[in-house]
Design a protein around this ligand. Structure first.
Ligand code: TRP
Ligand code: ZN
Length: 479
């Protein structure tokens, strides 16, 4: 089908020209990285220099844990609480930045001592009382509150914080986590996530990781979620609202926690979700053991197609339902669940490595179509190959920030895997599908890491294959 997915991707592409870069425009005061203070410590850079999102993330430290203790009031839309960010300094630091869009910061402390702060665009700069030495572990506490923002992406779609009629939904690809918590908002800095969300009793808060208990009192209930495995900020989510929660387990033993807004529980969605155990166990057979402590899904009702895409948020992908058609279909479920290996466990090092996510997830759909519907992978590959829209740019080199969700990233990305299957043969290709997620489990990987890994599976020279299919502009004569 991927009619819906295709429509969504095309929708994202329609807006290619607008807004590129404006979201993250660097203001004069956020230079960072250069000046040294009297102690010889410099400011951490205000961006990590990602080719497509240069201001995303920050330099000078590496986060190991986000402890978020938050409270949400659906009536006013106000979020408030504290973020405790545990990090290690990667240089002597006189000051450093966190990414945060909107919201009011009321107090910042580093290792318990008040710190000076400044705001500039989406940078929150923090100057601790003393210099942080390279290698030091430090804890930054940020108290904040406000009505979180909905952000507009370079391709015109929306992310960040969506208010719904019964709560809210946070989605963060590529740079939307900064709408609801301060952090190092770049895929290269993964960290454990521990979230407590207090909501009015009767509502449920669902997030990444595993449920770690609830506490009720005074008309409110706190939901505690703990990730265990590191999470890239763009894969962090929270959904607040009325949900029907189902807990089960796949025959292969993966615990499932699924939350469905009763208004999005149409028959096709229910039928697709019933196949989740089968899909997860099938994917585990192909890609190796499921990488996390639990799986599941979040199906949230959100009016008027305001989200327009599913997202592979860690442990439980989000599927928006607006009452127009089914919220979840089987191919999209296969796609988002495969991202748990490709994207969530093995996370791109930078945004131009996105094809490693979407190419594998699209290929997973092709494998599923063959497995369940008898449509040979070769037929899916031929269809993708024949579509002129797939050839707009090479999958490993999206020209701009608005292109990371465009069709070449998905379809040409999957064609790279199709070509590798031809070149490597069945046995080595099966090793690739299992071995690649194992080689970088819970870490980051770049396109160069991928081509090096493939080279290790064969005596053949794969350089021409990658030159053509990964980096080449020209459409080859044939598959
Ligand atoms: N990653 C999503 C998927 O394919 C699609 C998507 C949503 C996306 N938001 C994005 C892709 C932002 C790139 C950038 O399932
Ligand atoms: Zn995807």
């Amino acid at each position: 089908m991927p009619l819906r997915r295709t429509a969504v991707r095309a929708g994202r592409r329609l807006f290619t020209a607008c807004l590129a870069g404006s979201l993250l425009a660097c203001l004069p005061s956020c230079s960072g990285g250069g000046a040294q203070d009297s102690a010889g410590a410099s400011a951490g850079a205000s961006g990590l220099g990602d080719r497509l999102f240069p201001h995303a993330g920050n330099g000078g430290y590496d986060v190991t844990r986000y402890g978020l203790d938050l409270s949400y009031d659906p009536g006013s839309g106000r979020l408030s609480g504290t973020a405790v960010i545990t990090a290690t300094a990667t240089q002597d630091l006189g000051s450093f930045d966190l990414d945060l869009a909107g919201l009011t910061v009321t107090r910042v402390a580093v290792d318990g001592r008040p710190a000076r702060t400044g705001r500039s665009g989406t940078e929150l700069s923090v100057r601790p009382a003393g210099t942080l030495r390279r290698g030091a572990r430090f804890e930054t506490t940020v108290a904040y509150a406000g009505v979180p923002r909905l952000l507009t992406d370079p391709d015109g779609s929306h992310e960040g914080w969506f208010r719904t009629d019964d709560g809210a939904l946070a989605l963060g690809e590529p740079v939307g986590s900064m709408a609801w918590f301060p952090g190092n908002d770049h895929p290269s800095d993964k960290a454990v996530l521990d979230l407590t969300m207090s909501v009015p009793t009767g509502l449920t808060a669902v997030s990444d990781g595993e449920p770690a208990g609830t506490r009720s009192g005074g008309g409110r209930t706190s939901f505690h979620w703990s990730s265990g495995a590191p999470v890239a900020t763009y894969l962090a989510t929270v959904a607040i609202g009325r949900f029907t929660v189902t807990r089960s387990r796949t025959p292969g033993g993966v615990p499932l926690y699924t939350a469905v807004d009763p208004r999005s529980d149409d028959p096709q969605t229910a039928a697709a979700l019933r196949r989740m155990p089968e899909i997860l166990d099938w994917e585990s057979g192909l890609f190796g053991p499921y990488p996390f402590g639990s799986a599941g899904a979040i199906v949230d009702h959100i009016e008027g197609g305001r989200v327009g895409y599913a997202l592979e948020t860690q442990n439980r992908p989000v599927f928006p339902g607006d009452g127009e058609g089914a919220a979840v279909d089987v191919p999209t479920l296969v796609h988002e669940l495969s991202h748990q290996w490709f994207g969530d466990s093995v996370t791109p090092r930078s945004w131009q490595d996105m094809w490693l996510n979407e190419g594998f997830a699209t290929y997973a759909e092709w494998l599923w179509l063959e497995h369940s519907g008898g449509v040979p992978v070769a037929r899916s590959a031929a269809t993708a190959f024949d579509d002129p829209a797939a050839w707009a740019f090479p999958p490993a080199a999206p020209p701009g920030a608005a292109d990371i969700s465009a069709q070449p990233v998905y379809d040409r990305g999957a064609l790279v895997l199709y070509e590798l299957h031809q070149a490597l043969g069945d046995t080595a290709f099966a090793k690739l599908l299992r071995g690649w997620p194992a080689a970088h489990a819970h870490g980051n990987a770049s396109t160069a890491d991928f081509t090096a890994y493939c080279a290790g599976l064969t005596t053949r020279d794969l350089t021409p294959l990658f030159a053509t299919w990964l980096y080449g502009d020209a459409k080859p004569a044939r598959l």
